[in-house]
Design a protein around this ligand. Sequence first.
Ligand code: SF4
Length: 220
Amino acid sequence: MITKTKDINSVIKILEKWSKKYEHPTLRSTHKEKNPFKTLIACLLSLRTQDANTKKTSEALFKVADTPKEILKLNQKKLEKLIFSSGYYKNKAKAIKHVSEVILNKYKGNVPSDIDELMSIKGIGRKTATITRVFGFGKADCIPTDVHVHVIANRLGWVRAKTPEKTEEQLMKIVPRDYWFELNTLFVLFGKHICLTRLPFCSKCVIRKYCKRINVKKSR
Ligand code: SF4
């Protein structure tokens, strides 16, 4: 499958403009703060919930504790209460405690920036690791690929891949490096509002003329 760089440039430029009216995902829109621990914890909180909940719970938690040491000082019940609205709060509280403990004890309180080191910590998968590296450390040498990035890249015909990991590998071969930082944010927003996983709004899609609509059987 051949995708011209010119088309990739056009899609990114259109989505950059389109995305201005939307609030960007929590701790992803900017890497100015460069606080990998907060990015990592916000990402763990964001699993299987809406961004509004992630924002609310991250803010509530970080007001009380935003370092591994401070998180470990919270008892389980208090932590669960703070992150309650993010859903799956019991499991998330356990994961946050475990991650904080490993970072404090094994890494002296500093989040490792290496993807493999991050993934060696129980509870951290590739998506969370790459989001932490790109948005927490500002090191855009990988492309965080969640379900939205995976689905949209395949529908556009940019990649042909069965898993997000394979999609990321193929994207890194064709997407100019300058876009690696923002691609996740743009596709996540676009996936939430237009190119929905189940039933995309192709009729109001601003990048339709660039899309091969691979495997799109039904749309609105
Ligand atoms: S045309 Fe449809 S499938 Fe293609 S990017 Fe737009 S919404 Fe998604």
